[in-house]
Design a protein around this ligand. Structure first.
Ligand SMILES: C[S@@+](CC[C@H](N)C(=O)[O-])C[C@H]1O[C@@H](n2cnc3c(N)ncnc32)[C@H](O)[C@@H]1O
Length: 294
């Protein structure tokens, strides 16, 4: 452990994440920025979420040889694909949703969330997902055992549901034919594709700081201690392949033990927005671990 630093918010240019995502990396960007390798081939972000680090690299013009973006959340991945292939239709639907929300927020939110009629196409599905994300409690993603989104409405005065300019910027970025978007478990995408010189940023669901702090949203299956161990095994294999690996996780005994052989570790203090109790949102420390010299 060689450093403990406070986070300074980094002002970043557009495009920026089009979803609010638990564990989003926007507040850690200034620290992550210092840890990006000087040279790398392709970029992999297999726990994509809001994609804050990918977009940061795009804004810094650091993606030269393509990128593999993936996540196991099907609705999230569909939204990225629609933002790439059908952004104007997406904007049209979001505009009507935004209007209806303004007329009667709670009624619109719960009708949309609880509707049993499946969206008739991928653009509608993406619009529903983005609208709920922008208006639900804290941007949380949580589904019940039937796979139905069950987060209550958030308290927003005037949420921006349709951020046209940003969606068009995102579309421009994703249209590059060297950018691949996939619905995939992290293991499959990395084992099948990552090779020497590629930069892999891993931001898995965090190991909980306490037994009651586990956030198992994002996907119905969750991410437990066994998954953290499997991930550490995979990191070892990627290290043997000479990939450049940067991983973020919480500062817990399990994570310190799993990555004890990695020399380059930074400890950072963060605010975790996921806790419903504001007083408990402070004082977390996270680890940034890499297998290359910074
Ligand atoms: C901490 S979030 C990533 C946040 C992201 N870095 C950001 O800036 O928004 C973890 C992500 O991992 C995804 N995930 C969970 N289990 C996964 C798995 N087995 N394979 C791939 N993705 C997974 C979740 O859907 C979630 O989007």
């Amino acid at each position: 452990m060689n450093q403990s630093i406070e986070i300074l918010p980094l002002k970043f240019d557009r495009p920026y994440p089009f979803v609010k995502w638990a564990g989003g990396k926007s507040q850690l960007l200034s620290v992550i920025d210092e840890m990006i390798p000087d040279y790398f081939d392709r970029y992999f972000e297999p726990f994509l979420g809001g994609g804050a680090v990918f977009l940061h690299l795009v804004n810094k013009n650091r993606i030269h040889a393509g990128a593999f973006l993936s996540d196991l959340n099907e609705e999230l991945v569909n939204a990225y694909k629609v933002a790439r292939s059908n952004v104007e239709r997406l904007i049209e639907i979001l505009t009507t949703y935004e209007r209806s929300y303004k007329i009667s927020p709670a009624r619109f939110y719960y009708d949309l969330r609880d509707s049993t009629t499946p969206p008739s196409n991928k653009a509608e599905w993406a619009a529903k997902f983005i609208t709920l994300n922008k208006t639900c409690y804290n941007g949380l993603y949580r589904v019940n055992k039937h796979g139905r989104f069950n987060v209550p409405m958030g308290r927003y005065k005037n949420p921006c549901i349709c951020d046209r300019g940003n969606l068009r910027n995102i579309c421009n970025v994703l249209r590059d034919r060297n950018i691949r978007i996939a619905l995939s478990d992290y293991k499959r995408i990395l084992l099948e594709n990552a090779k020497e010189g590629d930069f892999v940023y891993l931001d898995p669901p965090y190991d909980p700081m306490s037994a009651t702090a586990r956030f198992t949203g994002y996907t119905y299956t969750g991410f437990n201690d066994k998954d953290q161990c499997n991930l550490a095994e995979l990191v070892k294999r990627l290290d043997e392949r000479k990939c450049l690996i940067l991983l973020s996780n919480s500062n817990t005994p399990l994570i310190k033990e799993l990555y004890r052989d990695y020399k380059y570790i930074k400890m950072v203090s963060t605010t975790r927005a996921i806790n419903s109790n504001i007083s408990k949102r402070n004082g977390h420390t996270e680890l940034l671990i890499s297998n290359y010299r910074i």
